[in-house]
Design a protein around this ligand. Structure first.
Ligand SMILES: Cc1ncc(COP(=O)(O)O)c(C=O)c1O
Length: 451
């Protein structure tokens, strides 16, 4: 098929994710055919710098032949066998052991699935069943953050705190509550950090007490809040949340789907806060996207609650969870991150990128630049003083993202926040290219946008 036929066929038959099809049609489907490192090429042969990292997914970069070879080698031996009931395969065993060694929070056992939403639903079910089998069957509610994102399946969407992802599918799963996020630039409590003494932690405590601790199973959050534009909460926020969870016997579930595997400048997001969660979810960077894979980790004391002839076991499974070719991809991805020292390299490059990005503050629409490591958000405003946003119809973020694409840069607009998450292997020159292209795209859009 030539490129025009491919584009037409896409428009005729492919349902794009989380984007109204009329908008896909307006901007035109962007058909990517090849990748190498931080670069990708479209069907017309035009090169782009993938500053979105394939939707926060590609720490090691695109086109690694050694990962593909490892997947093929496994496929030639055994393409698939499930992780159901009694069955297992060497790659899933090796990956579980590796994750236990890597994650800072003493995770003993791993449940594998095919992505982040499945991982979240799995973790939610583990939490509910854990309490049922630990003498506190009433602990079934979940508290998450307003503005948090945890996926799109019914459980994960119920944990998600964004109206756009919830309202069309209501009623969602009962028992989910949402509290204000620790978002200091636009504080939902209308306070200023650090004078606020973190009223958002008080709000969480009040919610736990209001619900009654005997009904609350777990608190859920991302180490860096992605949907509201890569917001790293103050360090003490998660430290105090950890204390609250201990005090009220609430499980602390960290969603490390984006923040795992070097994205934030450390191996895992939890390391920025010095806290150890009770449950963790992974996806995306676990394989750098070379295969679909998600995982949930639990410590020994949660694992123990599922053992014994009086227990039903965890009645949850996905045919492709622990797929041997996906586990091999994860193992090779981790081996590359380790042997090429990519987490430290990515952190160093991210520092350079962040410094260079500061010059974008000269633009009148640039309100805030924030993030951790190679996960950076840029808050676009109409007025820097008041932080007022442009009305949606001005489409300022969308127009900047579109212009950047024309100039050969892929970034993401979360409407009025621009987001970048380049691979950890992005070179210094490529960091400069990201900044120069954004500078130009923002400048051009700004010039045609009313004050
Ligand atoms: C923090 C977080 N959790 C869960 C998910 C869902 O992952 P998936 O798209 O693999 O289902 C996402 C997806 O972006 C995410 O960002």
């Amino acid at each position: 098929m030539d490129s025009q036929a491919l584009i037409q066929s896409d428009l005729d038959h492919v349902w794009h994710h989380v984007m109204p099809m009329h908008e896909v049609a307006e901007s035109g489907p962007k058909v990517i055919v090849r990748g190498e490192g931080s670069l990708v090429w479209d069907v017309e042969g035009k090169e782009y710098l993938d500053a979105m990292g394939g939707i926060y997914t590609t720490p090691i970069g695109h086109g690694r032949a050694d990962v593909i070879e490892a997947i093929c080698e496994q496929g030639r031996k055994l393409e698939f066998y499930p992780n159901f009931q009694f069955y297992t395969t060497p790659p899933v065993i090796e990956l579980a052991e590796k994750l236990t060694a890597l994650y800072p929070a003493d995770m003993k056992r791993w449940f594998f699935c095919s992505g982040g939403s499945e991982a979240m639903d799995t973790a939610l079910k583990i939490a509910r069943q854990y309490w049922k089998q630990s003498g506190k069957p009433g602990k079934h509610k979940f508290i998450a953050l307003r503005g948090g994102f945890h996926g799109v399946t019914f459980g994960a969407a119920s944990a998600t705190g964004i109206t756009l992802y919830r309202e069309p599918y209501e009623p969602l799963v009962p028992g989910f509550r949402h509290v204000p996020a620790p978002f200091c630039y636009r504080c939902p409590c209308k306070e200023t950090y650090p004078g606020c003494c973190l009223k958002c932690v008080d709000a969480l405590e009040q919610q736990i007490v209001f619900e009654h601790p005997d009904t609350v199973a777990a608190f859920i959050a991302e180490p860096v809040l992605n949907p509201i534009g890569e917001v790293p909460p103050p360090v003490e926020y998660y430290q105090r949340v950890r204390e609250l969870c201990d005090r009220y016997q609430v499980l602390f579930l960290f969603d490390e789907v984006i923040t795992g595997f070097g994205r934030t400048g450390k191996w895992f997001g939890c390391e920025h806060y010095g806290v150890k969660p009770d449950l963790v979810t992974f996806a995306k960077g676990i394989t750098s996207g070379y295969q679909p894979c998600g995982a949930v980790g639990v410590p020994e004391w949660i694992d123990q609650a599922f053992w014994g002839p009086d227990k039903t076991g965890f009645m949850h499974g996905h045919t492709f969870g622990g797929h041997p070719m996906a586990c091999v991809a994860a193992l090779k991805n981790i081996e590359i991150l380790e042997s090429e020292n990519l987490v430290a390299l990515g952190a160093e490059r991210a520092d350079y990128l962040f410094q260079q990005l500061q010059r974008l503050h000269e633009h009148r629409v640039m309100g805030d630049i924030r993030g951790k490591g190679m996960l950076i958000g840029m808050d676009l405003v109409r007025n820097k003083e008041t932080k007022e946003k442009y009305p949606p119809e001005i489409r300022v973020g969308i127009r900047i993202r579109e212009r950047a694409w024309e100039l050969g840069l892929i970034c993401r607009d979360q409407r009025d926040v621009l987001v970048i998450a380049p691979p950890l292997v992005t070179t210094k020159e490529q960091c400069d290219r990201i900044v120069d292209t954004l500078d130009r795209a923002i400048g051009e859009v700004e010039a045609t946008t009313p004050v």
